[in-house]
Design a protein around this ligand. Structure first.
Ligand code: C2O
Ligand code: CU
Ligand code: CU
Length: 546
């Protein structure tokens, strides 16, 4: 074991160019652990188009009447470039929205004034390994980490959040997450709703105590299923109402929750018209009766409120689905939410006064997420463009491993959440986690498909939103174990698998195969479950691209 780690370390030393002097200065630390608290300086040969400062602070903000709520808040400031690069949200805990153009060179100066180690990750962005916010780059209170990269991503609705070793869930919950919107020429040429008619909505769940303070725990139950708040907040605000004019809107939806999965639908039966996913616009819009939105995922929808009278209200709901931890036979036997779902919603919720498990909002329950109120009559004749973008489909035969896709087995056993039986550790790259740079890879995430877990594993299977850092990927196929069919049918029609993705939901009994390019950058890039409690529990690993 130690000798293998040494080999890995030598590899890492080689590809990152860590100097012998540094290695000698930290003889007892692994390379990655040695990077914690090192910070990162601005480089003199990088000439940014946009320079942003992000400061992380502990502050009290008025969310409710009565006592203010203590949160961990990011404050943004544009130091160079267009002022529109940062939109602060003073009224909520949500971090500032970053707005950039494809092709811009950006420098982001992160200052950590929190009483904890922390690091930010740009979710969905294709940036160099060192700029990606890997936990090994966490900085201490008072330290600074300077990110410098060129925006290579196409227009899309990305986001950013804390990615600190073992405490990502708690830090995101406390407020360390914001939106990251990229625009480009292709998108600007389209006649899509712009300005105030282009609205980004971060959907999260939180529990506040009777002193208006955020309540969080990660006891065994929360670690296994993920923490569920008992209240939905949108852009950091409870009981969110969006006032709209009677015309078309572009609504961007992020699931920024720690573990909650949504099945979103309009309450008046209007279908969800999806125009974009994680990595930007689709080629053409798609209509779904409902859409599934797992933690980390984004959807953009087009919604036309024209013809609706002032005062009309619409609710975006999350509909019930089978979220059962037991799945398969159990789910089939009991139908509906499954035994565990009911247990959590009913018994557990009741037992602990709703503080434990989402209370009145069990996972897979039916509840309102946000309201839209038509508050202004306008004349508009909006037409959804028929063609939104051009997406080059990736082909299996172009994958370097077309004949033998990498298989990543998701499992929850013995009170742990694992990827191929392994838990997260820094500097622990195994042979099957090394990827040659500039290759296309077929990767399958197997959540107990065809009984690969056996009965014991099946009892513990639950949905996992799987995410990979770096470039966006395309979904090639989904396969479902027939024993899980009944539960699966309650979510299946809500998957949007076209376009570019960085996170996708893998249901119990399901195997999802994707094609992912690993171009341009060498180094470590993470792959993990975006149920943040699972991630912190170790359901996370690094690929080493070299
Ligand atoms: Cu949204 Cu590794 O992260
Ligand atoms: Cu990410
Ligand atoms: Cu998971």
């Amino acid at each position: 074991m130690p000798s293998m780690i040494n080999i890995q370390r030598r590899r890492l030393l080689k590809f990152t160019g860590l100097t012998a002097a540094m290695a000698a200065a930290y003889p007892f630390l692994s390379y990655a652990e040695g990077m914690i608290g090192m910070g990162n300086q601005a480089s003199s040969d990088f000439d940014p188009d946009v320079e942003i400062e992000l400061k992380q602070e502990v502050v009290d903000i008025p969310i409710f009447r009565g006592p203010e709520t203590r949160v961990w808040k990011v404050f943004g400031k544009v130091l160079r470039g267009p002022k529109t690069a940062i939109v602060n949200h003073a009224e909520s805990y949500i971090a500032p929205t970053i707005q950039l153009q494809k092709g811009q060179k950006v420098r982001i100066i992160l200052k950590n004034n929190l009483p904890a180690q922390s690091i930010l990750h740009w979710h969905g962005l294709h940036v160099p390994s060192k700029m990606d916010g890997n936990p090994m780059y966490a900085i201490n209170q008072g330290q600074t980490f300077v990110y410098e990269f060129k925006v290579l991503n196409r227009a899309g609705f990305y986001w950013y959040h804390a990615h600190t070793h073992g405490v990502t869930a708690k830090q995101v919950y406390s407020g360390l997450a914001g939106l990251f919107i990229v625009s480009d020429e292709e998108e600007q040429a389209l006649d899509l709703p712009k300005g105030e008619y282009d609205v980004a909505l971060a959907i999260q769940d939180r529990t506040f105590d009777d002193q208006n303070q955020l309540y969080y725990n990660n006891h065994m139950m929360q670690r296994m299923q993920g923490f569920l708040g008992n209240q939905i907040v949108v852009n950091g605000q409870p009981d969110y109402v969006l006032p709209v004019a009677s015309r078309a809107y572009r609504l961007r939806l992020l699931n920024g929750s720690n573990s909650r999965i949504y099945k979103l639908a309009w309450d008046d039966g209007t279908p969800m018209t999806v125009i974009g996913v994680d990595g930007g616009l689709l080629e053409r819009s798609e209509r779904h009766a409902y859409i599934m939105l797992a933690p980390g995922e984004r959807r953009e929808i087009w919604m036309d409120f024209s013809g609706k009278a002032v005062g009309t209200e619409l609710t975006l709901r999350s509909l019930s689905f089978d979220s059962s931890m037991s799945g398969g036979m159990m789910g089939g036997m009991h139908g509906g939410m499954g035994m565990m779902g009911r247990m959590r919603g009913g018994m557990m919720g009741g037992m602990h006064g709703g503080m434990m498990s989402g209370g009145d909002l069990p996972l897979g329950g039916d509840y309102a997420v946000l309201k839209v109120r038509v508050s202004k009559q306008v004349q508009a004749q909006d037409k959804l463009p028929e063609r939104l973008s051009t997406i080059k489909p990736l082909r299996l035969q172009d994958a370097a491993n077309a004949d033998s896709p990498r298989n990543i087995l998701l499992s929850m056993r013995h009170m742990s959440a694992l990827l191929n039986g392994r838990s997260y550790a820094m500097d622990d790259i195994r042979d099957d986690e090394i990827i040659p740079v500039n290759t296309l890879q077929a990767i399958a995430f197997d959540n107990g498909f065809s009984g690969s877990m056996g009965m014991g594993g099946m009892m513990m299977s639950m949905p996992h939103p799987m995410h990979m850092h770096g470039e966006q990927f395309q979904v090639l196929k989904r396969e479902i174990d027939p024993r899980f069919r009944a539960g699966y049918e309650t979510v299946e029609a809500g998957f949007v698998d076209s376009g570019w993705k960085d996170t996708m939901l893998v249901m119990p009994g399901e195997k999802v195969t994707v094609l992912k390019p690993f171009n341009d950058y060498k180094g470590v890039f993470m792959y993990h479950c975006h149920n943040l409690e699972h991630e912190d529990m170790g359901m996370m690993r690094d690929f080493l691209v070299k």
